[in-house]
Design a protein around this ligand. Structure first.
Ligand SMILES: *Cc1c(COP(=O)(O)O)cnc(C)c1O
Length: 352
């Protein structure tokens, strides 16, 4: 038998959100926090045009896209590092700090990729339980020791949707030693409407040990093309550029992301519609008697405990795919009004 790393024997495989279909053929995918809208015609056109060059390798430096991001966020070109989705950028961060004995601190439950990436990089995960549905920043600060090289803070948190406000985050950042990198994973930043939740880009400039992860997968609707990025000071961005596999961000992804920044107003209008639906869905659930933590992301969280899998099965009967975490709860993406109505009907039915 070929031999592999021991960690592969214990690593749980990543479970992607899957589609389900009701008996009468309805199917609503609310399991992966994707944009419910078709891609914009202008973006599809740019990608179609770009398809004429796919015999060539992509620009390894993704210069046009990096310039577009630099201009959009008014950050230096050198502060930006791209990856094939922000998950890949996160992986490069783990690889960049990873050595036997190194610890990485993150909240749990949070984004499912963190433990997998930690295992793959051979670092030790230090999971700090959520306090209720929120990051326990005091406990996270206390979990940092000489072996800690990195802390992930998912804001808003996937899957609970809760977010950390400035008055909690800034004192936390002040407590973290300067040689420990803090990664603010802001995959859902565009959906945040609470003005007290800080934009990580306002925090990293005078903090060399803070960086921000963003993605084109959610609000910008490019999940299928895989492009995300980090913004951080030069040594952090440089580490990511060093660990990237050459040509990781493909030509069409680069083109689509540039086109999406050009069409940003249109895309953010769609985000606004999702935000409105988010309020409607949350209020309707509360009306039905559910407890739903306030959410600043494009999903809601229901802590169902032992009923989680039954709930997911009941939603599936109605053609609604949700993301269950057995024994804990279900995360349900905000889709278009029809999908949300189908979910609300299933939720109501489940309560009986
Ligand atoms: C969806 C998500 C990502 C981004 O994934 P991509 O690789 O960019 O598609 C990153 N972090 C969190 C917390 C997410 O939920």
């Amino acid at each position: 038998m070929p031999r592999f790393r021991h960690i592969l024997d214990t690593m749980p495989p990543y479970k992607p959100g899957k589609a389900v279909v009701s008996a009468d053929g309805r199917s609503y995918k609310l399991s992966s926090n994707e944009s419910p809208y078709d891609p914009l015609p202008s973006v599809v056109e740019a990608v179609a045009e770009g398809a004429r060059q796919i015999n060539r390798y992509p620009d390894p430096g993704a210069v046009k896209l990096t310039e577009a991001i630099a201009e959009r966020y008014d950050v230096p070109f050198e502060h930006i590092a791209l990856g094939a989705g922000s998950v890949t950028v996160a992986q490069q961060l783990f690889e960049s700090v990873g050595e036997p004995g190194v610890e990485v601190v993150y909240a749990w439950r949070s984004f499912e990729a963190y433990p997998l990436l930690a295992d793959l990089a051979g670092v030790t995960s230090v999971r700090v339980p959520l306090a209720g549905e929120d990051h326990d920043l005091d406990a996270m600060a206390e979990a940092i020791n000489d072996r800690t090289r990195m802390v992930f803070v998912c804001n808003p948190n996937n899957p609970t949707g809760t977010s950390i406000r400035r008055d909690a985050l800034v004192p936390f950042l002040d407590r973290v030693p300067e040689n420990v990198l803090v990664v603010l994973d802001e995959a859902y930043r565009e959906y945040v409407r609470d003005e007290d939740v800080p934009d990580g880009l306002t925090l990293y400039r005078d903090r060399p040990n803070v960086c921000v992860l963003r993605t084109f997968s959610k609000a910008y609707g490019l999940a299928g093309l895989r492009v995300g990025y980090l913004i951080g000071q030069e040594p952090v961005a440089a580490a990511i550029r060093k660990t990237i596999i050459p040509f990781a961000v493909n030509h069409l992804a680069q083109i689509a992301a540039v086109a999406s920044l050009k069409a940003e107003d249109e895309l953010l209008e769609r985000v606004e519609r999702v935000v409105k639906e988010r309020s409607r869905v949350r209020e309707a659930l509360i009306e039905q008697g559910w407890t739903v933590p306030p959410t600043e992301a494009n999903f809601v969280w229901l802590r169902l405990g032992e009923r989680t899998l039954d709930f997911a099965a009941a939603c599936a009967v109605e053609g609604v795919a949700v993301r269950p975490f057995a024994g804990e709860g279900a995360r349900v993406s905000i889709g278009d009004p029809e999908a949300n109505d189908a979910f609300l009907a299933a939720a109501k039915e489940f309560r009986g």
